[in-house]
Design a protein around this ligand. Structure first.
Ligand code: DGL
Length: 273
């Protein structure tokens, strides 16, 4: 049987925070990462645009042979995943699978909160989709979810300004807005894969006792479970511990920025190569 890497997709660099955790939890697999940096950010774009861009990237990863793709992007998971799973996959690649990051996260979120109030920090697209409210309600109907869109955070991160004093203004503003929406939030989720780079700043504006949760480990654990439950997909995943990176924009820029997200040097190739 032919074996190929697991595809990991994000609009830009954010998915690298998820890929890092995949490699930690499942180092034996090969991964093929695609960042659509040329068209990022996705968070402020319409459904149609996010769906169209995501489908194009998914098709490219399938054309490289990936049997399984993880959309390591909340915005793409919120706006494109369902349509791709329900309409495109059965028609184009019935043997292949595409998974997202929202369901694995909402399956766990209720376990973190003691007060029954959780806060979601995300892009405008993810917030407007209502996906976190709908999915959390399926698994933990007793948990109240409050959301805050942070449209400036991805540009701050993508432009390497996440540690600058300028970032504090936008971090403080959105953290305060979120906390003001619920009286008793004790769990705050970073529901955008770019946001872990802002975690240190975000923590400064959270009251003691409020937990800040990043998705990487949760999604990696969920992938591990998925591969156990789906041996027919697992058998098609290659296992040489090799990771390759592709970007739709400049490889020089990608390699320079990617280290901050991935924690190690990265040598990317352009999509056309
Ligand atoms: N990293 C993406 C997410 O998790 C969003 C980045 C963007 O706006 O392109 O939502």
């Amino acid at each position: 049987m032919e074996q190929q890497p697991i595809g990991v997709f994000d609009s830009g660099y954010g998915g690298l925070t998820i890929l890092k955790e995949f490699i930690r939890a499942l180092p034996q697999y090969d991964y093929l990462y695609l960042g659509d940096n040329a068209r990022a950010p996705y968070g402020t774009r319409s459904y149609e645009t996010v769906y169209r861009y995501t489908l194009q990237c998914v098709q490219w990863l399938f054309s490289q042979g990936c049997p399984l793709i993880i959309l390591a992007c909340n915005t793409a998971s919120a706006k494109a995943l369902r349509t791709i799973q329900q309409n495109d996959l059965p028609r184009l690649y019935p043997q292949n699978r595409v998974l997202g990051v929202i369901r694995p996260t909402t399956e766990r979120i209720g376990k973190f909160t003691q007060t029954g109030e959780a806060g979601i920090l995300a892009t405008a697209g993810t917030v407007l989709s209502g996906s976190y409210l709908i999915e959390t309600n399926k698994f933990f109907p007793e948990v109240k979810v409050f959301q805050e869109a942070c449209p400036m955070w991805v540009p701050l991160v993508e432009n390497n300004e996440y540690e600058s004093p300028g970032a504090d203004y936008f971090v403080e503003k959105h953290v305060k807005n979120l906390l003001a929406k619920g009286g008793n939030i004790d769990t705050v989720l970073l529901a955008c894969t770019h946001y872990p780079l802002l975690a240190n700043k975000i923590k400064q504006y959270l009251p003691p006792g409020v937990k800040l949760i990043s998705q990487g480990e949760i999604v990696a654990q969920s992938l591990l479970d998925y591969l156990h439950r789906h041996p027919e997909i697992e058998a098609r995943c290659s296992k040489q511990g090799c990771v390759r990176f592709y970007t739709t924009d400049s490889t020089k820029d990608f390699d320079a920025h990617a280290t901050h997200f991935f924690g190690k040097p990265v040598a990317s190739r352009h999509l056309g190569e």
